[in-house]
Design a protein around this ligand. Sequence first.
Ligand SMILES: Cc1cc2nc3c(=O)[nH]c(=O)nc-3n(C[C@H](O)[C@H](O)[C@H](O)COP(=O)(O)OP(=O)(O)OC[C@H]3O[C@@H](n4cnc5c(N)ncnc54)[C@H](O)[C@@H]3O)c2cc1C
Length: 479
Amino acid sequence: MTDDRPHLAVIGAGPAGLAATVAAAAHGVRVTLIDSAAQAGGQFYRQPAAELHAGRPQALHHQWRTWERLRDALEEHVKAGHVTHLTDHHVWFVERRSNQQAGAAGRGGPHGTFTVHALLGPAQEDPVEVRADAVLLATGGYEKVLPFPGWTLPGVLTAGGAQAMLKGTLAVSGRTAVVAGTGPLLLPVATGLAAAGVDVAALVESADPKAFVRQARALAAQPGKVAEGAQYAAQLLRHRIKLLTRHVVVEAHGDERLEAVTVAALDTDGRVRPGTARRIACDTLAVGHGMLPHTDLAETLGCRLDGLDVHVDDEQRTDVPGVWAAGETTGIGGAALSLAEGHIAGRSAAARLNGAAPDPRTWATAAKSRTGLREFFAALDTVYTPPAGWTDLVTDATVVCRCEEVTAGAIREALDGLGAGDVRTVKLLTRAGMGWCQGRMCGPAVAGLAGCAPTVSRRPFARPVPLGVLARAGEAEDD
Ligand SMILES: Cc1cc2nc3c(=O)[nH]c(=O)nc-3n(C[C@H](O)[C@H](O)[C@H](O)COP(=O)(O)OP(=O)(O)OC[C@H]3O[C@@H](n4cnc5c(N)ncnc54)[C@H](O)[C@@H]3O)c2cc1C
C-alpha cells in the first residue's frame, strides 16, 4: 500500500524535536525522527541506558509528566505507523533539491526534495539516507567552556557532561565536586550531583547578583521560572552547597588528576581581586560558561542566521523553503521554550505540507509561552556572561585547542608576533580549531583571546565523515 502523506524529517529527539514530531504526526504528516542518541529525550530528558534497569529515573528529572506525555505519544504514533524513530543516526549533511533541480522524475513536495545523510551506530561508519518533503531542525545546543590553567586535567569535565553522565549512566565522576562557571545550567548540575551523594564543596558563579536586580522586572514576568529558581536555592541550602557569586576558578591543580581548585573573587570590572584566592580540595570540577546553538546543518542548507542563532519566523520557518527550526538551534532558552517552539513548528509544517495555510490560533498558548520565555532568557543572558577579565587568567602554557594541543602562548604569538587579526588567520597559523571538533570547543576562547566577537564557523559537514562514505555518496550522485 502506498503512503501518499507528506513526509517530514525531524532531526533531533529532544524536547523541541519530540514536540514537533507529535504535533506533525497528529495532523496528517508522516514523520521520520532522527537522532544520534540511543533513546529519545535529548539533553533535558536524557534517559538512563536501558540495560541499567533504573528503578526511579524520574528522581534525576524535572517535569517528568511532560516527558511521559511526549514519550507515550511518540510510542503511539510509532505503533500507528505515523512516525519512524531512527536512533543512533548521526546526521552529517542535509541536501535540498528544488523541483526544478530534481527534474520531472525526482519531483517532490511543494518545497522540493530533501536527502538527510546520516552515519549509523556508535562507530558512525555505515551511511543511511532518508528522503523527505521537508526538514525540521531541532538539534539543540552545546556547551561553551573557556580555558584556564589546569582545565585539561582528568577530573575536570563540562557541567552538562557531568549531568549527562549522571542521567545517562547513573554514575558520578568523583566524591567531592566544585561546580563552576556561569549560567542557569550550573544549578541543576550542583543540586543533581548533591542529590546523587556527591559532596558539592561549592557552586562558583561568576555572575554578579546585582545584575539580577537590574533585570528584576523582566525576570519577574515569568513566575514559574522564579519559583524554579527558588526551589534550586532551597536545594542548595538543604545540601549545604556554598554559593560563591562573583567568583571564578583561577586554576585547577593536580599531578595525575584533579586534586583541588583555586577560586578567587571578582571586582566590579570582572577582574580577580588580589588577595582573595583560596584553595578548595575536590576530585571533580564541573565547569561551563553557557551554551551555543548547533547550526551546522542549517548553515549548509543556506539558512539565514541572526548572530549565532538560526533565524525563524513566527511559524518557526527558516528562510529556506521547506526547512523549519525549533528549540535551542534557534537560540538558547531551556526546555520549556524548546517545547513551545517544537509544537508550533510541527503544526506549521503539517499544515503547509498538506497545502493549507496554518491557523496561528491553534498554537496560541504555545506562542504566548514562547514570547514570555524568549524575553526571560534574553534578560538572563545579560546576567550570565563570562567575566570581562577571563583572558587574563589564561596563562601562556594553558592549552586552548585540545584537539591540536595549541597553547594560549602560541595563539598570542600569532596575534602579537605574526599580526593575525582574526580567528581564521590564527587557525591557519597555529592549527587551533583544525582538529576533530573543528573548533566547536576552542572557537569562543580563540575569539576571546583575539579580541573578536564569536562568529559562526562555517563547516561543510556537521560530523566528521569517513572518506569512503563521501566517495560512495558521490557515486550515487553519478548514477
Ligand atoms: C550536555 C547538556 C546537558 C544538559 N542538561 C540539562 C539539564 O539537566 N537541565 C536543564 O534544564 N537543561 C539542560 N541542558 C540544556 C538543554 O539543552 C535544554 O534545556 C533542552 O534540552 C533543549 O532542548 P532541544 O530540544 O532544543 O535540544 P536538545 O535537548 O539538546 O536535543 C537535541 C537533540 O538533537 C540531537 N542531535 C544534534 N545534532 C544531531 C545530528 N547532527 N544528528 C543527529 N542528532 C543530532 C541530539 O542528540 C539531541 O538528542 C543541557 C544541555 C547540554 C548540552
